[in-house]
Unconditional design. Structure first.
Length: 178
């Protein structure tokens, strides 16, 4: 029975010792929980106060509502005027840009035509250059041929005149013979 009692008392002592160890941990957890709850409560209160201040800041006071409305209307009107002016200037700018593009296209077309004309004229120039290079010799030959032709014509004219004069003399002599 002494063993049993010692065992029983040992169990009670273990339980008391266990309870003391756990009690410190439990009290520490309880203290942490209470401080967390207090911190949570403080944050909730601060959050509510901040919401109230924000609501107060966002709300326009009654005495300033008319002025606020007037300023809002003026701002909207200015925005509309600015948008209208912006659209008008943008349209004018787009018109100017399209006009410039069409001018550029027209000038490009004319430039291309001039390039084609220039190329054609260069080809003609090359052809004429080759003719000019050949031409002095041909011209000399042609002039010599013409001179020879003129000489031949003069010679044949002279012969015809001589024959004519010979025939005329014969004709003049013939009537006198009759």
């Amino acid at each position: 029975e002494a063993k049993r009692t010692a065992r029983f008392l040992s169990g009670i002592l273990n339980f008391v010792h266990f309870r003391e160890c756990r009690r410190e941990a439990y009290l520490e957890l309880q203290l942490n929980y209470k401080s967390a709850m207090e911190k949570h409560q403080q944050l909730e209160t601060a959050n509510q106060e901040a919401e109230m201040k924000l609501k107060k800041l966002n709300t326009v006071p009654v005495e300033q509502q008319a002025e606020f409305k007037q300023l809002s209307d003026d701002i909207r009107e200015l925005e509309q005027l600015l948008n209208h002016d912006y659209r008008r200037k943008t349209a004018a700018l787009q018109e100017t840009i399209s006009q410039k593009k069409s001018d550029i296209a027209e000038r490009t077309r004319k430039l291309n035509e001039l390039k084609v004309t220039l190329a054609t004229l260069k080809e003609e120039q090359e052809q004429l250059k080759s003719k000019i290079v050949e031409s002095p010799e041909e011209l000399k030959n042609y002039k010599e041929q013409m001179k020879e032709t003129v000489k031949k014509l003069k010679k044949s004219k002279q012969e015809v005149i001589e024959k004519y004069e010979g025939y005329r003399d014969l004709v003049e002599v013939l009537p006198s013979c009759q």
